[in-house]
Design a binder for this molecule. Sequence first.
Ligand code: ADP
Length: 374
Amino acid sequence: MFGRRPDRRGTDPDLTDAAGQVDGLAGDGWDEPSPGDAGASALGDPLRDALDVLDLGVAIADSDGTISFANRAAQVVLDAYDHLVLVRDLLVELLDEAAAGGSTRRTIELVGPPSVAYELTATPLRPGRVVVVIEDVTERRRVDHVRRDFVANISHEMKTPIGALGLLADTLADETDPESMRRLAGRLAGEVVRISATVDDLLELSRIEFGDEMEVDRVDLRPVLAEAVQRLASAAAGREITVDVMVSEPVHVSGDARQLASAVSNLVDNAIKYSPKGGQVRVTATRGPDRRVAVAVADDGCGIPARDLDRIFERFYRVDRARSRETGGTGLGLSIVRHIAHNHGGEVRVASREGRGSTFTIFLPALPPNEVSS
Ligand code: ADP
C-alpha cells in the first residue's frame, strides 16, 4: 500500500524534527522493537503479525502522545522522508485532535503523478489512548470518480433520444394526416431502437467490466470469426460490402468464446458502418512470433484523424457525433472491445489514416502448442 519501506529517518536532516516528534515518543510500555520496526507491540506476536499484513496502517498513541504501537504500514508513514511526510504530519495533527475530543477523519490527496489519497481516522481509546487508521483510498476515489462520470455520461446520452421521443409523440398526437402519422411513427420507432441499442451495449459493457464470470475454454478462433461475420451479413449486404475472413492455420486462444465473438463483431460492425458503399473488409487471425495471436479487422473506409486515435476507446467518444447518430452507433463498441481484450490478458490497437481506412488489431496470448492439439 505505502510502497517500499523508506530508509531509516534521520538521513534527511530537514525531516529529523518531524520524525523525532513521533519517534521520540516511541517505545514506551511496549515490547522492544525488532530492527527496522519501531513501535513493536505488547499486543502479542500473532496479533501483531496479523496487523502487519494489513494494507491499513494502524498506530496507537498513549495519553502523553507517544506512539506506542505502529504496524508495518503505519511505520512506513512514520518513517517517511518522501511525499508521505505530509501524511505523517496529518497523523500527528489528528492524534492531538482526537486526544482533545472525539473521533476525527480527514482525507489527504498527494498530487502526482501518480496522485494518491489517504484517509486517516483517529479514535480515542481508554485510558487516554488514540488509535489512528490510515487507509489508501486512491482506488476507491478513482472508482467513485469513474462511476460519477459514467452516470453523467449515460444521462447525457439518454437525454437526446428521450427528448426526441417526447417531441415526436407530441407532434404525432396533433397529426391527422395518415401519411405524416406513419412517418412520425417510423421516426419514433427509430429513436426507440437507438435507446434500446445503448441499453444493450451498457448491459454488455457492465457484464464484461464488472466481473461477470468468464467462461474460459480452449477457443478455436475460426468459428468465432465466422460467427461474428455471420451476425453482420445482412448489414454488410445492405451496403454492398464484402467481408472476407482469412485464417490460414488453426489459431487457438484461452478465453471466453462469447466475449471474443462480441469483440470481433463490434470491430466488423464498425468496419461496415464507416466504409463507403461497396467497400471491402478483411478479417484475419495470425500467430505472431511473439506467442501472441493477432486478430485484425481492416477496412478501406473513412479512417480516423490522428488527434482522435487516443480517445476512441473511451466510453461514448465519437469522432463525428452526427455520423455516429446516422449509423446508429452507441459510442460504446470500442470500450467493449478494449475490456474484452484486457479480460483475456491482451490489448487492442488501431492504425488508421483519414480517408484511407483503419485496421483494428486485438492481440491475445496464444495457447502453448501442447495445449493446441484437438
Ligand atoms: P460507435 O457506436 O459510435 O461506432 P465505437 O465505440 O464503436 O462507437 O467507436 C467510437 C468511434 O470511433 C466511432 O464513433 C467512430 O468515430 C470511430 N471509429 C470506430 N471504428 C471505426 C472505423 N473502422 N473507421 C472509422 N472510424 C471508426
